[in-house]
Ligand binder design. Structure first.
Ligand SMILES: [Zn+2]
Length: 300
C-alpha cells in the first residue's frame, strides 16, 4: 500500500510538473484567469454607454441600425457585455472595433463574430495577431492605415492611428458630434503609468498625446479605471498624462546627468510629490523610473 501511495505521488508530481511546463504558452483562452470581477454599465447619453469589467472599460454605441462595440476584453467580460447590451436593445452587434493588439483588451469577440459582426483594427494589429494568434480573438475583417470612419445608423465613429506609442497598432476613437474620445492605455486619468510600462515607447507616447491634445474633443473616456473613478473626464486629462510623463522623464534624465546610473538607486532616489495623490504612486513610480532609465540607457 505504501509503495502504491509513493508511486502515485511520484506520478502525480510528474503530471503537475508537465502541466506547469505546458501552461504559460499562447494562446491563453482566459488571460485574466477564472476570478470573478465586478462589472457595470454607465449610460453617457445618445446611445453611448461605458461598460466596465474590473478596471477595464470599453464603449458601445447603440444606433438605429445596430450596435458598435469596442474592445471585448476577454471571454467572461464579453459574455457579460453581450447580456448587458441585450437588456437595452435587441438590435444586432454589427461591428467590433479593436483599440490595439493586446490580448487583455481584445479577447472574447468570437461570440459577436458568431452573430455576424464585422471586426475592425489597424493594419499592424492584423500582422501582430497573425504572429501571436488566439482562438478567442477573431482577426479584423476591415483594416486601415491612418484613419477610418465608421458610419452606422446615422452615427459616426472616427478611428485614428497616431503612430507607435503603446505597441504599434493603437487607434483612438472619436465621436465627432459629441466631441468624445475613447482612448485605451495611453490616457489613464489620475494614475501613474502602468507598472514597468510594458510595450510603451516613452517619447512616441508623449508625441501621440500632443497629437490628441490638438484634436477637437471636449471629453475623454479611458480604457482603464475602477468603479470609483468617473466614466468620463474632461479632455484636460490628456495634457495631465503628458505632463506626468515629461516630469518623469526629466527627473530620470537629470538624475542620470548628475551621475546616478544605477536603476536601483534611481528607483530609490527619485520622487515626484506633485503626483503622490495619483493612484499607484507608491507601488508603480519606481517601475516607471526603471523603464525611463532603460529608455535613456539603451535608447529603447
Ligand atoms: Zn495595451
Amino acid at each position: 500500500m505504501k509503495t502504491f501511495i509513493r508511486q502515485s505521488v511520484v506520478i502525480l508530481s510528474l503530471l503537475i510538473s508537465t502541466l506547469t511546463l505546458a501552461a504559460p504558452q499562447l494562446p491563453m483562452k482566459e488571460p485574466m484567469g477564472g476570478e470573478a470581477f465586478g462589472h457595470s454599465v454607465k449610460p453617457i447619453g445618445n446611445g453611448l454607454y461605458v461598460f466596465r469589467w474590473w478596471v477595464y472599460r470599453n464603449i458601445f454605441l447603440i444606433t438605429d441600425d445596430g450596435v458598435i462595440v469596442t474592445d471585448p476584453m476577454n471571454p467572461k467580460a464579453a459574455k457579460l457585455l453581450q447580456s448587458e447590451i441585450r437588456k437595452i436593445t435587441d438590435k444586432p452587434v454589427k461591428y467590433v472595433v479593436y483599440s490595439h493588439n493586446h490580448h487583455d483588451h481584445i479577447s472574447g469577440g468570437d461570440i459577436f463574430k458568431a452573430q455576424g459582426a464585422k471586426f475592425i483594427g489597424h493594419n499592424n494589429l492584423l500582422k501582430e495577431l497573425k504572429d501571436h494568434p488566439s482562438p478567442v480573438i477573431p482577426l479584423p475583417d476591415i483594416t486601415f492605415s491612418d484613419s477610418y470612419t465608421l458610419k452606422l445608423g446615422g452615427r459616426t465613429l472616427e478611428l485614428s492611428y497616431l503612430g507607435p506609442n503603446h505597441g504599434d497598432s493603437l487607434a483612438v476613437m472619436r465621436l465627432p458630434e459629441e466631441k468624445i474620445l475613447f482612448v485605451v492605455d495611453i490616457v489613464t486619468p489620475r494614475r501613474v503609468a502602468f507598472r514597468g510600462m510594458p510595450d510603451f515607447w516613452p517619447d512616441e507616447w508623449v508625441r501621440s498625446l500632443k497629437a490628441i491634445e490638438k484634436m477637437d474633443i471636449n471629453y475623454v473616456i479611458s480604457g482603464h479605471g475602477p468603479e470609483t473613478e468617473p466614466a468620463i473626464d474632461p479632455a484636460s486629462v490628456v495634457a495631465e498624462q503628458r505632463i506626468y510623463l515629461e516630469d518623469l522623464m526629466t527627473a530620470v534624465k537629470q538624475a542620470m546627468d548628475s551621475g546616478t546610473h544605477s536603476p536601483d538607486a534611481l528607483r530609490q532616489q527619485i520622487k515626484l510629490p506633485k503626483y503622490e495623490n495619483w493612484r499607484y504612486y507608491q507601488q508603480w513610480l519606481p517601475m516607471n523610473i526603471e523603464r525611463i532609465w532603460a529608455y535613456y540607457h539603451m535608447g529603447w
